[in-house]
Each structure stands twice: as structure tokens, then as C-alpha cells.
Write a protein that binds this ligand. Structure first.
Ligand code: HEM
Length: 509
């Protein structure tokens, strides 16, 4: 037999033997159930068709609430039950407090030194402390609440003046909600607004908008090189080049913010109560220049901007979609606001905590469509056990939050949008059944800010305008996105007009 014939005869047999042996060893070592076969090099990548969340839920029905995948070179644990999630974020919380090192985190996360992508350790702990205490604490958020109120009122004014007479007008919600959120965040971070009237010098605004557009394409885009290192090593990697370029643009802009503020910073601003985030960080730098380097400050500002905007925007868009499909809920929310706030003044941030039904709507939206359906991927730093199975170190953890939050074992009629189920909500009682912000050490530090701004913006839209669907058909609530994020597949378009009872007030904004 010549070599070529031998090769073609024995290769399939050897491959099959290799895959069977591997599967048996996997079982012997008590690893979690896993689909057969694991194909050399690509592992289970062949299984991952979009939509990813649905695919992983189907696999969980076959292999159980804790199963194992090998995505190229990466071992992955997928968890879809309350008890397994609880084990990951209680007894194994420190172990899973790492993040996988994805390529975009190398460039956009300052070489894995950002709060979102940094490994668990002293540097990350310190960034979390600064973010939670100095920037996102209730006290600090309260000091900057006027920014959020201003921006929401500006949006109400913009929507109002685009309406003529009392006719319905068409609105694409995502662009206006994104502008709102970017203005809120850039004003809170650096005292600048880049969209609409009185925005920063137009050249800089244009550059900022370009960066945002490029980031939205690259962040969250799946990169084969993250799973198949061979692609990253040997193939000319276009993605890496693009990320490097984008990082340079973002870094340049953030450096400009720092330089402008450093020139302005004075003893007065150190004392001022409503300091922007950058001023707080620069005053920390004055005290400890070796630790609070420009790079640390830039990485923190950009991470908060990145983490805070699309999550809040997508949540608001989902909430509006569900309200359009449930006119009774919309009416009930309007009545609650009219009774609590009256029609003589606009809703304020402090009102949000007095509007329980509005908060139920937001929580129900996040239950049905969490914008991070698997949280942000975690990674284990040592060997451990989850639900009795062995999980090796450096395993990526995906918690299928969307599946848990829509599981009929935990939620009655999970497919029905019913905000009332959150009446009397107590986070401690709901536990791991509802975790759109994650839980444990790596849980979202921006939850307080998110609930404030989403509540204020949504409440104002409901208070000021009547809303309707474009036609008789229900709004399509299919999920889109690359897998780890979950925006609406079809951007939301709706009809709106000012409420007659609000006309006087709207004319005065
Ligand atoms: C509706 C809005 C939001 C949702 C649904 C949301 C959700 C999440 C989720 C699921 C995670 C990952 C948790 C985990 O890995 O276990 C996360 C992390 C994070 N979020 Fe949010 N978030 C929102 C808004 C915000 C805002 C407004 C900010 C700040 C401005 C923020 C800052 C962060 C940061 C810094 C992290 C990384 C934490 C770490 O790795 O230590 N988020 N968020």
C-alpha cells in the first residue's frame, strides 16, 4: 500500500479512535456532560449556530443544566439552572472572578487592565473600589443627577418640537436613546456633550461619533482568533489591526479630556461637590500619581462609557417594545405617574423610587430580555467542582441568564410580559432566578445608575407622550446581536404624539 492510500485509510479510523478515547477520558475524569464528538482543533465550534442563546438552551435540554463545551482551544462551562449559578457565584465566586483574555480586551481594555476585563487581583479590586465608592455611589450619583434630568428634558423637548399639531409622528427609538445615553455619560465623565445643540466643538464631536460607530462594530463581534490561536498566529489578522487603530483613536480622545481638565483643575474644583468623574480621578492622581496614571484613568473612563451606554439603551428599547405590545400596561404606568407626579411638573429622578409599577416594568423587561444573556464571560483560576462535576482551571463560564429567567420551573407563564410579578420585589428573595446585572464579585457596579437613568427616561417618555405601534401587528421581539449581547433584531420604530394634558408643560421646557 503506498503512503497516500495508507493515509486515507487510517486517518479516519485514527481520528474516530482519538475522539472516542477523549470522550471516555472526559467521563472518567468526571467532567460535566459534553456533546460527542469533540473534533480536533475546532472542538464544538461546529455546534454553535446563531442565535447562540437558543442553541445553548437546546444543548442544555440534551445535556443538563451544567454542560461542557470545547470551543477551539477554550474549555467552556455553560450553566442554566439557579442552583448551578448559585454555586458559581457563592462558593466558587473567587474562583470564577477572572475574565477570559479576548483580543479586543487586549486593545480596548488597556492590555487587560480595565475594570471589565482585568484579571481578579489587587489592580482590579482597586478599580472596583474607585468605581463603586468614588464614581457610582448613591452619593456621587445624586450630585450629578441634574445632568440626567437636563438630558432627559432636552430629549422630551426635541421629541415635542418635532410633532406638528396633535398628529402621530414616526420615531426610530434607538438613535435618540443612544444620543441621550452618550450625552449623559460623557457629561458625567468629562463634562462634555457630543450630540445635539450646545455639543462640543463639532470636529471633536464628529471624531467621537466615528469612534462610537467603529466601536459598536468591533466590540462584541466574534473573533475566530479568540478560540483558534492558530488563526491568530499564522493568518494575517485584520481584526487585530482594526482594534489597534481604534484603541489609538479612543486613547487620544480620552487623553485630550485629561489634558483639558488637568489645565483647569484648581483647589476650588477639589472642594466642589458636583465634580465630574474625571475631576475625581485627577484629584486622586494628585495624591497618588504613581498609581493613578493617565492610563488607569483613561481605561476606567472608557470602560464605564462602554459598559454603561448600550446596556441601558437596549434595555429602554426593549421596555418600549413590550409596552407597545401591552397597551394596558402602558396605560397603568401612565396612571401611576399622573397620580404620583401629577401633570403639572415633569418626572424627576427622585420620583422613580416612588413609582413601583414603573420599576416592575423595567425588571420584567430585564427578566424577559436581559441585554447580556450570558453576563460577561467569567473564567476559573483553579480546578473546582460545580454540581459535583470537575471543572478545570482556565474554563470560561457562561451563565445562561436568559434561559434561567425564562424557565417555567422558576417563573409562571415566563413568556407573558407581566410586570405585576415584580410587585413587592425583594432582591434578596429573588436570588439567582433574576440576575440581569450578574451577581457576586464581578456583578455590575453600575446598577444604581442604570435603574436611575432607565427609570427617568422611560418614565418621561410615558408621562409626556402617547405611544402606538406602527400598524396592527405586534412589535417583533426577536433577539438579535452577536450572541453575548442581545439587542432587538429589528430596531424599534413607533408612533408618538404629545399627551393633550401635557401640552402646557411641554411648551415650557
Ligand atoms: C441596564 C443597564 C445595565 C445592565 C443590564 C448591565 C449588566 C451588566 C452585566 C450583566 C455585567 C456582567 C456581570 C458579570 O460578569 O457577572 C456588567 C458588568 C459591568 N457593568 Fe453593567 N449593566 C448596565 C449598566 C451599567 C452602567 C450604567 C455602568 C456604569 C457606568 C456599568 C458598568 C459595568 C462595569 C464596569 C462592569 C464590569 C464589572 C467587573 O467586571 O468587575 N453597567 N453589567
Amino acid at each position: 500500500m503506498d503512503f497516500a492510500r495508507m493515509f486515507y485509510t487510517y486517518l479516519p479510523i485514527s481520528l474516530a479512535l482519538y475522539m472516542i478515547t477523549r470522550h471516555l477520558i472526559h467521563k472518567l475524569l468526571n467532567f460535566p456532560p459534553t456533546p460527542f464528538p469533540v473534533i480536533p482543533l475546532i472542538g464544538h465550534l461546529y455546534l454553535l449556530k446563531k442565535p447562540l442563546q437558543k442553541k445553548l438552551s437546546n444543548l442544555s435540554e440534551l445535556y443538563g443544566p451544567v454542560f461542557f463545551l470545547r470551543l477551539g482551544s477554550r474549555p467552556v462551562l455553560v450553566v442554566s439552572s439557579v442552583s448551578a449559578a448559585e454555586e458559581c457565584f457563592t462558593k466558587n465566586d473567587i474562583n470564577f472572578a477572572n475574565r477570559p483574555q479576548f483580543l479586543y480586551a487586549k486593545y480596548l481594555g488597556y492590555n487587560y487592565n480595565s475594570i471589565v476585563w482585568g484579571p481578579y487581583g489587587d489592580h482590579w479590586r482597586n478599580l472596583r473600589r474607585i468605581a463603586s465608592i468614588e464614581i457610582l455611589s448613591s452619593y456621587r450619583l445624586q450630585k450629578l443627577s441634574q445632568i440626567r434630568v437636563d438630558e432627559v428634558q432636552t430629549l422630551m423637548h426635541k421629541l415635542f418640537i418635532s410633532c406638528t399639531e396633535n398628529k402621530y409622528r414616526t420615531l426610530h427609538l434607538k438613535p435618540v436613546l443612544s444620543e441621550l445615553m452618550f450625552n449623559v455619560m460623557t457629561r458625567m465623565i468629562a463634562g462634555k456633550r457630543y450630540f445635539g445643540e450646545n455639543s462640543s466643538k463639532s470636529e471633536e464631536a464628529k471624531r467621537f461619533q466615528e469612534i462610537i460607530a467603529e466601536s459598536s462594530v468591533l466590540v462584541g463581534a466574534s473573533n475566530t482568533g479568540d478560540f483558534l490561536p492558530i488563526v491568530r498566529w499564522f493568518v494575517f489578522n485584520k481584526m487585530e489591526k482594526k482594534l489597534k487603530k481604534l484603541h489609538m483613536k479612543r486613547d487620544e480622545l480620552a487623553q485630550k479630556w485629561i489634558d483639558e481638565f488637568r489645565d483647569k483643575i484648581s483647589d476650588d474644583s477639589a472642594e466642589s461637590e458636583d465634580k465630574s468623574m474625571i475631576e475625581i480621578l485627577l484629584s486622586l492622581q494628585q495624591r497618588e500619581p504613581d498609581y493613578y496614571t493617565d492610563e488607569t484613568i483613561k481605561s476606567l473612563m472608557l470602560a464605564l462609557l462602554q459598559a454603561g451606554v448600550s446596556t441601558s439603551v437596549d434595555t429602554m428599547e426593549w421596555a418600549m417594545a413590550f409596552l407597545l405590545n401591552s397597551p394596558n400596561v402602558l396605560k397603568k404606568a401612565q396612571t401611576e405617574i399622573d397620580n404620583c407626579v401629577s401633570q403639572h411638573r415633569l418626572i424627576d429622578e427622585a420620583d422613580v423610587s416612588e413609582l413601583p409599577y414603573l420599576q416592575c416594568i423595567i425588571r420584567e423587561t430585564m427578566r424577559m430580555c436581559p441585554v447580556a444573556p450570558f453576563l460577561v464571560p467569567h473564567e476559573s483560576s483553579m480546578d473546582s467542582t460545580v454540581c459535583g462535576f470537575h471543572v478545570p482551571r482556565r474554563t470560561m463560564l457562561l451563565v445562561n441568564v436568559k434561559s434561567i429567567q425564562n424557565d417555567p420551573n422558576y417563573w409562571e407563564d415566563p413568556e407573558v410580559f407581566r410586570p405585576e410579578r415584580f410587585e413587592g420585589f425583594d432582591k434578596a428573595n429573588v436570588g439567582f432566578k433574576w440576575m440581569p446585572f450578574g451577581l457576586g464579585r464581578r456583578g455590575c457596579p453600575g446598577e444604581g445608575l442604570a435603574m436611575r437613568i432607565v427609570g427617568l427616561a422611560l418614565g418621561s417618555l410615558i408621562q409626556c407622550f402617547d405611544w402606538d405601534r406602527m400598524g396592527k401587528e405586534m412589535v417583533d421581539v426577536t433577539t438579535g446581536g452577536g450572541g453575548l449581547t442581545a439587542p432587538m433584531a429589528q430596531p424599534l420604530v413607533a408612533k408618538y404624539r404629545p399627551r393633550t394634558t401635557m401640552l402646557n408643560l411641554l411648551c415650557q421646557i
